[in-house]
Design a binder for this molecule. Sequence first.
Ligand SMILES: NC(=O)C1=CN([C@@H]2O[C@H](COP(=O)(O)OP(=O)(O)OC[C@H]3O[C@@H](n4cnc5c(N)ncnc54)[C@H](O)[C@@H]3O)[C@@H](O)[C@H]2O)C=CC1
Ligand SMILES: O=C(O)[C@@H]1CCC=N1
Length: 270
Amino acid sequence: MNDKTVAVIGAGKIGELMLSGLLRAGWPVDRLLATSRRPERAEELRQRYGVRVVDNLTAVAEADVLAISVKPQDAATLLADIGPKVPRDKLVISLCAGLPTSFFAKRLQDGVPIVRVMTNTPALVDEAMTAISAGPHATAAHLSLAEEMFKPLGVTLRVPESQQDAVTALSGSGPAYFYLLVEAMVDAGILLGLPRQVAHDLIVQTAIGSAVMLRDSGEHPVKLREAVTSPAGTTISAIRELENHGVRAALLAALEAARDRARELAEQNA
Ligand SMILES: NC(=O)C1=CN([C@@H]2O[C@H](COP(=O)(O)OP(=O)(O)OC[C@H]3O[C@@H](n4cnc5c(N)ncnc54)[C@H](O)[C@@H]3O)[C@@H](O)[C@H]2O)C=CC1
Ligand SMILES: O=C(O)[C@@H]1CCC=N1
């Protein structure tokens, strides 16, 4: 492991996932810093992780890597404060949805390396999907460092920055779609007369089993679905209803909307 100090700037939900994941992976707590706008939140992070919570400018001065984890709407205000004070030997990693690395380059001194990352909440259980893109002045070493930080949290993939809004729509927001499906299927279980807890347990284990098969069997999802779908059986009756109700079209439209929202966030915060 390298000897870098990482500061999580704006340690909310995603920032906390990073802190907890790095600690689980054995990153020394004295090489982690966090910042927060709210004193109660700072205290919570100190208590929970023993991490040093400092102000943004102290983090900029002391850390090697600045992981920007504020909402895209808060990034301009943050960068107005810290941007001019970030030296060129630091690495800026943005976790902000939508914002291109050019947003940060405009607000940092010329030459500061920037990497854009999109991760997701299963980082909490070391099953994140994290996509990493090089921005201005990011070298192979910077990308490796970003990978070293996110690999312990799950799977990492390098993508060109031009794909990051689509990545955000798929894997960044993706856990929410699965949770919505589970929620709806548990309701369906209630409709069919099952106790809520039974419906929940049936669907959660079915989701886990299906996900592990998708990952480990190497089979195409169509093949896996066909294996469940018996001629004149129960599954095809359900699939006909899903198709009748446009579930496939709804997913295409939904992910396009998420991608468009990422673009809009960039435009609104240019
Ligand atoms: N929640 C998710 O599933 C994902 C979120 N993201 C991205 O991660 C970023 C953070 O999202 P969340 O953690 O969900 O939001 P959040 O609202 O939980 O966390 C943001 C934190 O930043 C703090 N903050 C804002 N301005 C600050 C400043 N000037 N100095 C210090 N702290 C400041 C806020 O007080 C808050 O605690 C966003 O840009 C989002 O697009 C990316 C992938 C997934
Ligand atoms: O909803 C959002 O904007 C963030 C980015 C990806 C997941 N959550």
